[in-house]
Structures are given as C-alpha cells and as structure tokens.
Design a protein around this ligand. Structure first.
Ligand code: APR
Ligand code: PHB
Length: 396
C-alpha cells in the first residue's frame, strides 16, 4: 500500500489530521491498534477552546458540536466557602469555551472518515515506522496474521503517550521533561443534572474537586485522591460524600447524586519531549506531551499540533515548501510550554500536596486569593483558560 501521509493512531489527533489532509486532497491512511469501540469507550476531556472549535468546523465536523455543545462564557473557582466567578467572555473580549466531550468529537470524526472513504486500519498490530531519516519512510504492521507495508512521504505519530512513534526515535535524539504528581483524579460520569451551569474548580483542605458536565443531564465530577488509591475502594456513596465535603455548602446542598455510569482514576503528569520531529516522523498530541487535566488543555494542545502540521503539509504539497517541515517542532513547542505552565500552575494552586508545610499552604491560598481579587489576575486566568492564540507557521 502507498499513501502520502501515514498516520499512526485513530484518537482525536490522528482522526482530525486525517480529515483535514483528506479535504485538502492529501491522501492518508490511519493505522490503529485498537477497534473503534475501544477508542470510543474511553471517557476523556470535555472542554474545547475556541481554536479547536474553529478547526473542527474547518474540517467539516462541527455540525453536531454546534447543535449539542454547550458554550460556556465563564467558570467558577471555589475556596474558603467562597464562589468566585471568572467571566471568560468579559475578560477576553468575547471568547469562551465549548463543552463537548472528546468521545463525541471522536464519534463525529469517525463518521466523517467513514463517509470520506479514506482508509483506516483498525486492529493493526505491531505497527513500526522505518527509515524516517531517509526520503522513503514506511510503516509495517500486522493484520489478521499477515505482514503489511505502507510506503509514504511522511509519518504522523498520533498514537498517544504509550504509542510506538516516540519510542521509535533513538533516546539520545530526544530530551524529556517530566513531573509526576503524588495524586490522581477519581472521576465519575452520571446521568444527573449539573450542580451549577458552569464548571466549578474547588480547592479544599481535603483536596481538589471539579464539577464538570457533558450535557444538561450528564455530569462529570472529580475528586483528588492519593496516587496509590484503588477505584474498587470507592463506592458511589463514598464518592458523593467526599465530593460534597469539598464544595461550598450551597453547592453541596443542591448536588443531585445518582448511580455512576463510569468510574476511573487518572494519574496526573506533566511531560514534554523535544524535539517533536525525527526526520520524516512528526509527533502529534499525547505522543509528545501530557498535561495534568486541571487546565483542560490536553485535547486542545493535540488540536493545535494538528493545525500546525496540517498547515505545513498543505504548503509542502501545494507549494513545495519543504523548508517549513523543520519548523514544526519549534512552532508547536512555544504554545505547548505555555499550556504546560498554565496546567502546572492551576494544579499547584488548587491541589493539596502531601508534603506541603504550613508556609506553603498559606502561599498557595494567597496566590488564589490574589489572582481572583485582581483584575489583572482574573484576566491572566481567563486568557489562558480560553486558550492562547495558535502560532503562525510563517511570519506574516
Ligand atoms: N499502534 C497503533 N495505534 C496505537 C499504538 C500503536 N502502537 N499505540 C497507541 N495507539 C492508538 C491508541 O489506541 C489511541 O487510539 O493511538 C491512539 C492515541 O489516542 P490518544 O491517546 O487519545 O491521543 P491523541 O489522539 O493525541 O489525543 C489527545 O488529549 O485530552 C487529552 O489524553 C487526552 O486522549 C486525549 C488527548
Ligand atoms: C471534564 O469535563 O472531563 C474536564 C473539564 C475540565 C477540566 C478537566 C476535565 O479541567
């Protein structure tokens, strides 16, 4: 088989890149280790920045998001029994975010890909990129016991944190930056009405909590738990009690509880590799970087990487601008590091750290109190939360 761009991974990064390239007349094949149901079964992020919303529309997959997504013009920070509203719209000159689950984004992208007739190979085993440093890279994989070879011009590694793309790059060619936090998030999905119209990020001495949603009838709530915690030890009742204990009274009193549809623990990690390119292999999304979920940036960073690679490849194929390829990594990393900083900062400000002394706790509290009490502080929170602008691929 032969294609212009071989894409490894059919998560949001791979599917969105594939759709944009296909619409631009650039052929691509996606190789995915799992089946479509597995990919759709993962409950992940739910907050889309304006830039991602526009990119999905540009890819022609924005209809259901525009009909069913919930535009949010603000969010809330709760601490000391206080509830502080951050007016995203007012503080950023009219920007906001869209609440629309990653599962739904993925579903829409899968449907568009099926309509387009482009090839996606699910259950592709033992996927391996080869000859990335030459002009003729290729990818091998196994399917139904048969060995296959996919020849291509470029390879996009959209295969997530545990994928093969990053691991195929010699370790001496990569620099790794990492921080692992001593806690995780226990999350549940439930068919209950949201406790508030907006998302609530709560700092409490028992630990962080987040009230999010997927629709007016479906909620996604989280509580901070120690890293070694087991999900089996958390009955629904225990979860609801713990969540209530961390919310201001007026929210706790009106919280509607119900049986969980899904319950899982996610570890928190900050991770970046540099560079994000090795010859003709490009790393995209979670394959290159992870953020703790506190800033709602993981999925949005995947979208900005996709936008950058897509815009470069378009110019490569339309105008022969191969000089742009080597800029990919630096362009992406500028925006990535700013989102890494914001996610680390929100995590540091809102969570309880097991080793923090009394001084650190006062500073942490004061940081939150200062930022919500100052117009400049609120604006800083808001401009990062709605998402910093996408970096141009060339100077204007
Ligand atoms: N071969 C083929 N496919 C693979 C391989 C492999 N060796 N390893 C992983 N994959 C597939 C996974 O099964 C998955 O479907 O690659 C896909 C990667 O998808 P994600 O992990 O979702 O990564 P990405 O598409 O970059 O999505 C961005 O943002 O909100 C965050 O972490 C969240 O998933 C989200 C991410
Ligand atoms: C979610 O809805 O899953 C969600 C929302 C905001 C975050 C993280 C997760 O910061």
């Amino acid at each position: 088989m032969k294609t212009q761009v071989a894409i490894i991974g059919a998560g949001p990064s791979g599917l969105l890149l594939g759709q944009l390239l296909h619409n631009a007349g650039i052929s691509n094949v996606i190789l995915e280790r799992q089946g479509p149901d597995y990919v759709l079964g993962r409950i992940r992020a739910g907050v889309l920045e304006q830039g991602m919303v526009e990119l999905l529309r540009e890819a022609g997959v924005g209809q259901r998001m525009d009909a069913e997504g919930l535009p949010h013009a603000g969010f809330e920070l709760a601490f000391d029994g206080r509830r502080e509203h951050i007016d995203l719209k007012g503080l950023t000159g009219g920007q906001g975010v869209m609440i629309y689950g990653q599962t739904e984004v993925t579903r829409d992208l899968m449907a568009a890909r099926a309509d387009s007739g482009a090839t996606t190979v699910y259950h592709a085993e033992n996927v391996r990129p080869h000859d990335m440093k030459t002009g003729q890279p290729y990818v091998t994989y196994e399917k139904d016991g048969q060995q296959h070879r996919l020849d291509c011009d470029y390879i996009a590694g959209c295969d997530g944190y545990h994928g093969v793309a990053r691991q195929s790059i010699p370790s001496e060619a990569l620099q790794v930056f990492e921080r692992v936090y001593p806690f995780g998030w226990l999350g549940i999905l439930a068919d209950t009405p949201p406790v508030s119209d907006e998302l609530v990020y709560a700092r409490h001495e028992r630990g962080f909590a987040l009230c999010s949603m997927r629709s007016p009838t479906r909620t996604r709530y989280y509580v901070q738990v120690p890293a070694e915690e087991k999900v089996e030890d958390w009955s629904d009742e225990r979860f609801w009690e713990e969540l209530k204990s961390r919310l201001p009274d007026e929210l706790a009193e009106r919280l509607v509880t119900g049986p969980s549809i899904e319950k899982s623990i996610a570890p928190l990690r900050s991770f970046v590799v540099e560079p994000m390119q090795y010859g003709r292999l490009f790393l995209v999304g979670d394959a290159a970087h992870i953020v703790p979920p506190t800033g709602a940036k993981g999925l949005n960073l995947a979208a900005s990487d996709v936008s950058t690679l897509y815009n470069i490849l378009r110019k490569v194929y339309a105008e022969g601008r191969t000089d742009l390829l080597e800029r990919y990594s630096a362009i992406c990393l500028r925006r990535i590091w700013k989102a890494e900083r914001f996610s680390w900062w929100m995590t540091s400000m809102l969570h309880r750290f097991p080793d923090s002394d009394a001084f650190s706790q006062r500073i942490q509290h004061t940081e939150l109190d200062y930022f919500v009490g100052s117009e400049a502080g609120r604006r800083t929170l808001a401009e990062n939360y709605v998402g910093l602008p996408y970096e141009p691929i060339e100077d204007a």
